[in-house]
Design a protein around this ligand. Structure first.
Ligand code: SME
Length: 155
């Protein structure tokens, strides 16, 4: 992976997509589908949103891929919850080696979670699972962090 041209063209398309007339949820859904359909190693792409009423808990938002049982994740639980607590990107090359991990499917081998901020405050995350081990590099981190900035007003 790390195809710079593909990443740049996807960023251009996402910048157009977020300005569209559809609901925020539909636009986030379209971003998930675009990422999943454009990059073969991205097998599940979804957003988790910080629960504004409860705080310290994430709620599953729009996603593309198989349904997951993890509809709500407390801060600190699993890769998503740890990324929310630490407000840092997490890249896991081999999820089977993780003790604090919430499995969605035995097919998943690696994962990246990118925190998304609005006005400096954590508002959600972009979570991507891959069926291939070690699918995510620093280049994916940079690319997806930019995606997060572009979509942050929709969360
Ligand atoms: N694996 C995640 C849970 C969410 S699913 O990947 C959709 C975790 O450990 O937080």
């Amino acid at each position: 992976m790390g195809n710079e041209n593909l990443f740049n063209s996807l960023l251009d398309r996402i910048r157009v997509l977020v300005e569209g007339p559809d609901s925020k949820e539909s636009r986030l859904d379209a971003v998930c589908r675009l990422l999943k359909n454009s990059i073969p190693e991205y097998d599940w792409v979804g957003f988790y949103l910080v629960d504004r009423t409860k705080e310290k808990e994430l709620i599953l938002g729009p996603y593309a891929g198989e349904p997951t049982e993890h509809l709500r994740i407390p801060f600190g639980a699993g890769i998503c919850g740890q990324a929310a607590l630490r407000e840092e990107t997490f890249i896991v090359d081999d999820v089977t080696g993780e003790t604090n991990y919430l499995s969605c499917s035995p097919q998943v081998k690696s994962e990246i979670v990118i925190p998304i901020f609005r006005k400096g405050k954590l508002v959600g995350e972009l979570d991507i699972d891959s069926h291939t081990p070690a699918s995510f590099s620093k280049k994916d981190d940079v690319f997806l962090t930019e995606v997060g900035k572009i979509v942050s007003d929709l969360l």
